[in-house]
Write a protein that binds this ligand. Structure first.
Ligand code: AMP
Length: 285
C-alpha cells in the first residue's frame, strides 16, 4: 500500500509560473534536479529533500547542453506521466519545461564553464558535458531559488564539480549529498539501466563488485588500487577508468595520499556507459 499523499503536487512548465509559485512557498525549499525517467535513486533524493526543507521542487528536464554529438539525447527515456505519478504527493512543484523555455537560444550565448575538473574522467570521454551540467544547474538554481539542492553520490564527479560551482560563484545554496541507491544485486540504479538486456544487467555487476572490493581493501591505498586493477581484468565491461582520485581535485592520488579518497569507475556494457563510485578512507600505504 502506498502512503497517502502529503501535499498537492503541481506541474509547472514555464519559468514565470515556477517563480510565482516558488515565491508563495513559506519556509525553506529544497530542489532535486533530474532528467526524468525517475527511479528509486531519484526518490531517495526526494525523501532527503523532504527531511531537510519544508517544501520540495523537482525539476524534470533532459538537458541537451550536456549531451555530445552522437550521444543518447534523442533516445534518452522520457515519461512525464510516470514521473508525476512517482512523486505525486511527495513534492510541491514539478518543473518540466520545454527545451525552448530553458534555451530560447541554443547553445546559449553566455554559459558556465566547469574548468579543468570538467575535462578529466567523465569529461575526457564526454567533452563539454560538465559545462552543460554547470550551465543548467546554475539556471535551475536561479529559477528555483532553493535553500538546499540535493544531488546523488552516484555522479561523484558531478557532485564534486557542483560543490566547486557553488563555492566559486558564491551561490547562496547548500548542497546535500545522498548515497548511491542500488538494486538488490548491487547494481547502481540509473535511468540508463533501461538500455541493458538481462545479460547486460548481469555483466554490469562487475562495476558494483569492483566498488565492493575497493571498499573491502580500504584503508590500504595499495590494496584499493590492486582491487581496482583486478576489477579491470573483467572483460564483461569495456572499462574506461577505475581509479582512486582526490575527492576535491579529482586527480589520481599518489602513493603518499591519506584520508578521504574517491573511487570512480566507468565503462561500457552493451554500448551503455555506466558509472559507479564510493568514498573510502585511506590510512595506510
Ligand atoms: P539524472 O536524472 O540521472 O540526471 O540524476 C539526477 C540526480 O539523481 C543526480 O543528482 C544523480 O546523482 C541522482 N541519482 C541518479 N541515480 C542515483 C542513484 N542510484 N543513487 C543516488 N542518486 C542517484
Amino acid at each position: 500500500m502506498t502512503a497517502a499523499p502529503v501535499r498537492d503536487t503541481v506541474l509547472v512548465t514555464t519559468i514565470e509560473e515556477l517563480r510565482t509559485r516558488r515565491a508563495a512557498l513559506p519556509g525553506t525549499v529544497a530542489v532535486v534536479m533530474t532528467m526524468g525517467a525517475l527511479h528509486a535513486g531519484h526518490l531517495a533524493l526526494v525523501a532527503r529533500a523532504r527531511e531537510v526543507a519544508d517544501h520540495v521542487i523537482l525539476t524534470d528536464f533532459v538537458n541537451p547542453l550536456q549531451f555530445g554529438p552522437g550521444e543518447d539525447f534523442t533516445a534518452y527515456p522520457r515519461d512525464l506521466e510516470a514521473d508525476l505519478a512517482a512523486v505525486d504527493g511527495q513534492v510541491d512543484l514539478v518543473l518540466a519545461p520545454s527545451t525552448e523555455e530553458m534555451y530560447p537560444v541554443l547553445p546559449p550565448t553566455v554559459s558556465v564553464s566547469a574548468g579543468a575538473a570538467g575535462r578529466v574522467l567523465e569529461g575526457a570521454a564526454r567533452p563539454g558535458h560538465f559545462d552543460g551540467v554547470v550551465t543548467v544547474v546554475t539556471k535551475l538554481l536561479q529559477i528555483t531559488a532553493p535553500d538546499v539542492a540535493v544531488f546523488g553520490q552516484k555522479d561523484a564527479q558531478q557532485l564534486a564539480i557542483l560543490r566547486r560551482l557553488v563555492a566559486d560563484l558564491n551561490l547562496p545554496v547548500r548542497i546535500e549529498a545522498v548515497p548511491i541507491q542500488r538494486e538488490g544485486t548491487g547494481l547502481a540504479r540509473s535511468s540508463r539501466n533501461a538500455y541493458l538486456s538481462t545479460d547486460g544487467r548481469a555483466q554490469a555487476l562487475a562495476l558494483s563488485r569492483a566498488i565492493a572490493a575497493a571498499e573491502l581493501a580500504a584503508p590500504s591505498l595499495g590494496a584499493v588500487q590492486a582491487a581496482l586493477e583486478t576489477a579491470r581484468q573483467d572483460s564483461a565491461v569495456a572499462w574506461d577508468y577505475a581509479l582512486a582520485v582526490d575527492p576535491v581535485t579529482l586527480a589520481p592520488v599518489g602513493p603518499e595520499h591519506r584520508g578521504e579518497t574517491l573511487v570512480v569507475l566507468a565503462g561500457y556494457v552493451e554500448g551503455t556507459r555506466l558509472l559507479d563510485a564510493a568514498v573510502v578512507s585511506v590510512t595506510a600505504a
